[in-house]
Write a protein that binds this ligand. Sequence first.
Ligand SMILES: N[C@@H](CCC(=O)N[C@@H](CS)C(=O)NCC(=O)O)C(=O)O
Length: 206
Amino acid sequence: MLKIWGRKNSINVQKVLWACGELGLTYDRIDAGMAFGVNNTPEYRAMNPNGLVPVINDDGFILWESHAIVRYLARRHGTGTLWPADDRCAADADRWMDWYNTTLWPDLRPVFWNLVRTPPEKRDMALVKSCLRGLTANFQILDDVLARQAYLGGSAFSMGDIPLGLAAFRWYNLDIERPEMASLDAWYARLCQRPAFQEHGMAALT
Ligand SMILES: N[C@@H](CCC(=O)N[C@@H](CS)C(=O)NCC(=O)O)C(=O)O
């Protein structure tokens, strides 16, 4: 059976769990990371030398990097659904996953860590403020795209919506100012109807 290492409150683990939920895959999840430890043991580092979660073991095939895992599972079990059958839709979805890593996450991470995982007296609010400017501009880019297409891979939900859906959950649930973005709101409302997102992505931020 597919094994997944990682704590449920990690955004990167949530991407994999949400993908498994969409694909109807059964798996065995082992808590790892932060208070659970495990990820610094020699056995774990032999699987992932970075000591980070998530990691999967699929019948002896070890894989880390959450987007690589989502792509692997989508291509193996979800061609035509999570992995769009049309090459250009797949490339579109793939591009948004890369954009999350290179462009959105570097601004979201400091905002999330300061506002959720740092005591108020230790927060770097100057950093939060400057990252919020970038984050808002990036969600504006998504809003513009979603005015022209229902999902990030085109007209249907796909792997491209998973990382950004989880980022959007943080955007809507952090104590921050958000300008009006009607198309983003409508896309997010569609995601919120998906049982796998409700189960794996919509837990209180910790
Ligand atoms: N690029 C990696 C990043 C993995 C990552 O940073 N994981 C964090 C959790 S979100 C982690 O393992 N932190 C250490 C810990 O939880 O102990 C991925 O997408 O899988």
